[in-house]
Design a protein around this ligand. Structure first.
Ligand code: SF4
Length: 423
């Protein structure tokens, strides 16, 4: 939190082909995967009604004119990927964006019917699995809530960000904070019982007292999960441009640390336990889908800018909607980034994400993998050094877990660990 040391993972910026990512059919023509089957699916819906100034997710302002064409392509891409995994049982589906709830209910019905026809969603229907949709509070009404619930959605994540209109204005986030409890109630009435909100802190002009009021408001809501992120200034966002023009000052680092510690203590006292640097949940309400990402499990991904992980490859679909709409004959989206299987890179990815978890890194497995690239000693030395700095609890334990102090430096610790794997 206090040290945003940017760690760039090596990425081959080549245009790749989905043929590299998906397993070929067998000689008999039967379609089957040659690897651990994915348990998760991410779907990206790129439409928003306004571009928030801090946002660097791929989204476009919706003019309602391309939603049908987009849904056609999305369904074709789903079919193409699903054809390699007939009746694949999915444990989690996550629809993000963008603003997925901007998609017209009729198009949602088509998409949901397709999901049920090409995948086995019985675990989700039984309540053991998770089907999440990100929602903007302004776009949730009875109709969309009922369509989602009827299609198996059992978890909703609402972007609240703040309950203070001045701070929402500072973010150029266009929603009325009174709509957040209304949206949660509407979703709950439709049967979507698992509900989460996102908050942002360290907003310019926000005091610790202001943030405390946001926390109090959040904890009065019928939710089981809260994500709280310090405001980050991503390149090429309007927020960063305004900062660079001197239109406001960013929150002091000490205030950001105080806010992080305050929200941790407040959530903990209310029964929301930290399970990742920025994520807090009632017991059993952790986001399964994100846990699968952070543990480097394979997942499928469809939609513009969506990133997937399969057969050791990581790939990213092209972000531009116009380009995305040009699918291949077989229904795959153009890919703009692809990383081929690589033991060192896979271990680096795992260390960077799983060190941020309260459960930490599986040290036995990490050491074994590091030994295959002759980096075990270097990795253990880096862990010892992070322990000496007070960031990692026990260097010889079965899991490497951050200390409370270490959580403030999670990305830096991740950087130290992956640095040990480089020549
Ligand atoms: S609603 Fe979400 S995805 Fe859309 S611009 Fe705002 S932060 Fe980005």
């Amino acid at each position: 939190m206090t040290d945003d040391t940017a760690i760039s993972l090596p990425m081959q910026r080549s245009i790749g082909s989905s043929r590299q990512v998906f397993a070929p059919r067998s000689a008999s023509g039967a379609a089957y995967p040659n690897t651990t089957p994915p348990k998760s699916l991410y779907i990206h819906i790129p439409f928003c009604f306004h571009k928030c100034h801090y946002c660097d997710f791929y989204s476009i302002v919706d003019r309602q004119d391309r939603q049908a064409a987009f849904t056609d392509r999305l369904i074709r891409e789903l079919r193409a990927q699903a054809s390699y995994f007939p009746d694949l049982p999915l444990e989690t589906v996550f629809v993000g964006g963008g603003t997925p709830t901007l998609l017209a209910p009729k198009l949602w019905e088509r998409l949901l019917a397709e999901l049920h026809s090409v995948f086995d969603l019985s675990e989700i229907r039984d309540g053991k699995g998770e089907f999440s949709v990100e929602c903007n509070p302004e776009t949730v009404d009875n109709q969309i809530a009922e369509v989602l619930a009827g299609g198996g959605v059992n978890r909703a994540s609402i972007g609240a960000q703040s309950f203070n209109t001045d701070h929402l204005k500072a973010l150029e986030r266009h929603h009325n904070p009174d709509r957040v409890p209304e949206a949660l109630e509407t979703l709950g009435n439709a049967g979507i019982s698992r509900r989460s909100i996102d908050l942002i802190y360290a907003i310019p002009g926000q005091t610790l007292e202001d943030f405390d009021a946001d926390l109090e408001h959040a904890l009065s809501l019928p939710i089981e999960h809260i994500s709280a992120y310090g405001l980050t200034y991503e390149p090429n966002t309007a927020m960063t441009a305004r900062l660079n023009r001197g239109q406001f000052s960013r929150a002091p680092e000490k205030l950001e640390v105080d806010m992080y510690n305050h929200c941790l203590a407040t959530f903990d006292a209310a029964g929301f336990k930290r399970y990742e640097v920025s994520n807090h949940a009632k017991p059993g309400a952790e986001c399964l889908h994100n846990m699968n990402y952070w543990r480097s499990e394979p997942w499928l991904a469809v939609g513009p800018s969506a990133s997937g992980h399969l057969n050791g490859y990581r790939w990213k679909n092209t972000p531009r909607l116009d380009d995305y709409l040009k699918l291949s004959d077989r229904g795959f989206a153009p890919i703009c980034d692809i990383e081929p299987p690589d033991t060192r890179r896979a271990l680096m990815d795992l260390l960077m994400t799983s060190i941020r978890l309260s459960e930490g890194v599986d040290a036995v497995s990490a050491r074994m993998t590091a030994s295959t690239i002759e980096k075990q000693d270097q990795l253990c030395q880096a862990v010892q050094s992070c322990h000496d700095s007070g960031w990692i609890e026990h260097p010889y334990a079965e899991r490497w877990v951050l200390t409370d102090h270490g959580f403030l430096f999670a990305d830096r610790v991740g950087g130290e660990l992956i640095g040990a794997l480089l020549d």
